[in-house]
Design a binder for this molecule. Structure first.
Ligand SMILES: Nc1ncnc2c1ncn2[C@@H]1O[C@H](COP(=O)(O)OP(=O)(O)O)[C@@H](O)[C@H]1O
Ligand SMILES: [Mg+2]
Length: 277
C-alpha cells in the first residue's frame, strides 16, 4: 500500500513549493494517490550478477520513501537507474507519467527533473559555492545570471550556508558541502530528489545538520527517495520504508512497522546487525 504524505507544516518556504500545485486523483477504494515515480518490473544485470530483480515501486507526489538494506543489495543501482545514469535490461521507469527515454535531449530534460545527492558531494572544486549552484540553471535551464543568483542565494539561505557563497568547496566542512550539493540539486527545480547515503561520509557532528535540511524539504512537500540507515530520519520524515536485499524489494511498511515489527527473517537479521553496531 502506498501512503501519501500531505504536508501541512507551519514552515513557509522562501520559494514556491517544490512540486508546484498538487493535482491529485482519487484512486479506487477512496485512497488518494498521485504517482510521480513508477518503477515496473525492472531488471538489471552486471554480468552474471542479477543486481535488480523485478523491482516494482511507486512513489507518490509528496511522498518520502526510505530505502534500506545491506551493502551490495542494489540500492545505488536502483537510484542510478531512476536517474538514468544506469540503463536497465527490462521493465519501465516513468517520471510524472513519462517513460524515461533511452538517450538524447528528452533524456537530459527528464534527468533534470530528478535531483540526486550522493555520498560524495561532487561539487566543482574550482567554482565558488554560488557558481556551483547557478551553473546548472544558467547552462541547462537557460536562466539569466541575475535570476539564477537570486535563486541560488535563497537556496543557500534555506540550507543554512548563505554566508559561504563566495568561498570554494575546500573551505567548507563536509556537512556544509553536502548542504550546498542539496541546494545545487534544488536549483534545477526537480520533481523528485534522490539521496544515496547522503550522510555516510560525514563526521557524526555534521550528520544532523544535513538530516535537518532533508526533514525540512520533506515537510515542504518534496517527493524524496532516500537511501539511508538513519532511523531517526526515517521515523521523522518517511511515510514508508522499503527493505532491499539481493536485488529485490523484500518488505515495506511504515517506519514504525518496519523498525519494530519487521515480518521477514532477512529484515529482522539486518536490523539486528545495524541496531547492535
Ligand atoms: N558498474 C558495475 N559493474 C559491476 N558490478 C557492479 C557495478 N555497480 C555495482 N555493481 C555490483 O552490483 C551490486 C549492487 O551494488 P549497489 O547498487 O552499489 O549496492 P548498494 O548500493 O545496495 O550497496 C554489488 O554487488 C556491486 O558490486
Ligand atoms: Mg550504495
Amino acid at each position: 500500500m502506498s501512503i501519501v504524505k500531505i504536508s501541512i507544516g507551519s514552515r513557509s518556504p522562501p520559494s514556491p513549493p517544490p512540486n508546484g500545485p498538487r493535482h491529485r486523483r482519487v484512486a479506487r477504494f477512496g485512497c488518494v494517490s498521485d504517482p510521480l515515480v513508477v518503477v515496473t518490473g525492472v531488471h538489471k544485470h552486471f554480468g552474471d550478477l542479477h543486481v535488480l530483480n523485478d523491482i516494482n515501486l511507486t512513489v507518490d507526489r509528496g511522498e518520502v520513501v526510505v530505502v534500506i538494506g545491506p551493502s551490495g543489495s542494489g540500492k545505488s543501482t536502483l537510484c542510478r537507474a531512476i536517474n538514468r545514469l544506469e540503463t536497465i535490461d527490462a521493465g519501465t521507469i516513468s517520471i510524472d507519467g513519462v517513460p524515461l527515454p533511452e538517450e538524447g535531449r528528452a533524456l537530459a530534460r527528464l534527468r533534470a527533473d530528478v535531483g540526486m545527492v550522493f555520498q560524495s558531494f561532487n561539487l566543482f572544486a574550482h567554482e565558488t559555492i554560488l557558481d556551483n549552484v547557478t551553473l546548472g540553471p544558467i547552462k541547462v535551464r537557460q536562466q539569466s545570471r541575475a535570476a539564477a543568483e537570486q535563486k541560488a542565494r535563497d537556496l543557500l539561505e534555506r540550507v543554512g550556508v548563505a554566508d559561504q557563497a563566495d568561498k570554494y568547496p575546500a573551505n567548507l566542512s563536509g556537512g556544509q558541502q553536502q548542504r550546498v550539493a542539496i541546494a545545487r540539486s534544488l536549483a534545477m527545480d526537480p520533481k523528485v530528489m534522490l539521496f544515496d547515503e547522503p550522510t555516510s561520509a560525514l563526521d557524526p557532528e555534521m550528520i544532523t545538520e544535513v538530516l535537518d535540511v532533508m526533514v525540512g524539504l520533506a515537510e515542504d512537500g518534496m517527493t524524496m527517495i532516500v537511501v539511508t540507515h538513519e532511523m531517526g530520519f526515517a521515523r521523522k520524515a518517511a511515510g514508508r520504508v522499503v527493505f532491499m536485499a539481493d536485488g529485490q524489494l523484500v518488505e515495506e511498511g511504515t517506519p514504525d512497522q518496519f523498525f519494530t515489527r519487521p515480518t521477514t527473517t532477512r529484515a529482522r537479521e539486518f536490523l539486528g546487525k545495524i541496531l547492535t553496531h
